[in-house]
Design a protein around this ligand. Structure first.
Ligand code: GRF
Length: 194
């Protein structure tokens, strides 16, 4: 099960590599209509669903509706791959501990919706990507995988983000494959994938 809000290139990497790493993408859920991630899912024969905040009276109702939609697909693992909403208590009550997220920075540095822009603005020489377990914070869960990406002098947010996404796609496929095959054990903030 994948959650996505945008172009879905990370979703596409999972779709392309699913068979090779023994994974089945059972569904795609977005919080927005008309995004390329939905088209990518349809083209791959994966059922897409949209759960919009604006269709619900408040954020907690949306959170509960999202949890219900995800539960209908009965996933073993939920992958947030460019999903731009914070998952709330109702969702985490059902899928906490088996939901992972990918973030385009070396957490805990530069959390939030603009990790690439913030890193560039700060003037770092190295940034990167992080795959982590989702907890009740924003980009704060235990780290599963990280990889550095050097910032080039002429980088723009777009050029740097594209190089980070190359790393994210590979790291996400590797991490999802390992989790599905071996699972993970968590001791405090340390996660081990055998
Ligand atoms: C990724 O860099 C992800 O870490 C961030 O949004 C981007 C999504 O990329 N949250 P795409 O929509 O999968 O191309």
């Amino acid at each position: 099960m994948v959650l996505a809000s945008g172009s879905g290139s990370l979703l596409q990497a999972l779709l392309d590599e699913a068979d090779g790493c023994g994974v089945e993408i059972v569904a795609l859920v977005s919080d927005r209509d008309g995004v390329a991630a939905l088209d990518r899912a349809r083209a791959a024969g994966v059922r897409p669903a949209v759960v919009k905040v604006s269709d619900h009276p408040d954020r907690s109702a949306w959170d509960a509706a999202l949890a219900g939609t995800v539960a209908a697909a009965a996933p073993d693992l939920v992958v947030s791959a460019g999903f731009m909403k914070v998952l709330g208590p109702a969702f985490l009550a059902r899928f906490g501990g088996r939901t992972i997220n990918t973030h385009p920075a070396l957490l805990p540095a530069f959390p939030g919706a603009h990790g690439v822009r913030d890193a560039l603005a700060y003037g770092v020489k190295v940034t990167g990507a992080t795959v982590h377990l989702v907890d009740d914070g924003v980009d704060t869960g235990p780290v599963l995988a990280q990889e550095a990406v050097v910032v080039e002098p002429d980088d723009t947010e777009a050029s740097l983000h594209e190089r980070i996404k190359v790393v994210e796609r590979r790291m996400l496929v590797e991490t999802v494959g390992a989790l599905v095959r071996h699972g993970a054990t968590t001791t405090g903030r340390t996660v081990r994938i055998p």
